[in-house]
Design a protein around this ligand. Structure first.
Ligand SMILES: O=C(O)c1ccccc1N[C@@H]1O[C@H](COP(=O)(O)O)[C@@H](O)[C@H]1O
Length: 233
């Protein structure tokens, strides 16, 4: 990989304290916790908010899907999250209000990309139009965009979308690339312009949902060769 431009790394869907410690020890940039009850990686089946609050890391990211705003605020405060990832259909009113309630927290807005978009010109045009229209009112409230593959379950599909779509969008925020990222497609991320700020890995690095394959993640990191001065993969 081109080391000079290596993206940061987020490992999502964490539920096991030992694995969280290991990922911190190898300098993982972002740790993702899923607060969506229907996910097989629902963190509150395994850890309490207090457990999460005690994790000493600056990139603790809570993933929410169409959750009530008061619940998001309560969880973010009690778990001492640094970042909120909105993975559902949260609208601009929700996002600007969330930023007002939690001004210190960074917000990632997820854009889910369906395979239909790349199938015909009209769908792509509609998507581009919707994309710029939906981002405009939340420009000041969000810090990052995250692109993921669309699905009924909202995320964790293990499938990549057609990344070439990204080259056609005007991006005013750095973005996380997500959806089926693995050792097999990592090299293709190099051809993307603009380059992703971070890669978000999840189901392709699991033995079962939530149980990560740490040695596979370490290998991925060495391929990625993230330029962190104290990274020890
Ligand atoms: O992983 C889940 O179960 C999940 C459920 C609902 C919303 C988001 C979810 N995970 C997010 O999905 C992407 C991509 O995961 P994958 O690599 O395709 O498995 C990642 O951003 C997770 O945060």
């Amino acid at each position: 990989m081109n080391h000079q431009h290596s993206p940061k790394l987020k490992v999502c869907g964490l539920i096991q304290p030992d694995q969280i410690k290991e990922l911190i020890a190898i300098n993982t940039d972002f740790l993702g916790f899923i607060f969506y009850e229907k996910s097989p990686r629902y963190v509150l089946n395994h850890l309490t908010l207090e457990d999460i609050s005690k994790i000493d890391h600056q990139g603790k990211t809570g993933v929410f899907v169409n959750e009530k705003i008061d619940k998001v605020v309560e969880i973010a405060e009690k778990a001492r999250l640094n970042i909120i990832q909105l993975h559902g259909d949260e609208d601009s009113g929700f996002i600007t209000s969330l930023k007002e309630k939690l001004p210190e927290i960074q917000i990632i807005k997820v854009i889910r990309i369906s395979s239909v978009i790349s199938e015909d010109k009209e769908s792509l045009l509609n998507f581009k139009h919707q994309f710029s229209g939906s981002l405009h009112p939340i420009q000041n409230a969000i810090d990052f965009i995250l692109f993921d593959t669309d699905s009924k379950g909202f995320g964790g599909t293990g499938h990549a979308f057609d990344w070439s779509i990204l080259q056609q969008l005007e991006l005013s925020k750095p973005y996380f690339l997500s959806g089926g990222i693995s050792e097999e497609n990592i090299n293709e991320t190099e051809t993307l312009h603009p380059r992703p700020f971070a890669l978000d890995i999840n189901s392709k690095f699991e033995i079962e949902p939530g149980h990560k394959d740490i040695s596979k993640i370490k290998k991925f990191m060495s391929v990625l060769s993230i330029e962190s001065p104290n990274r020890t993969t």
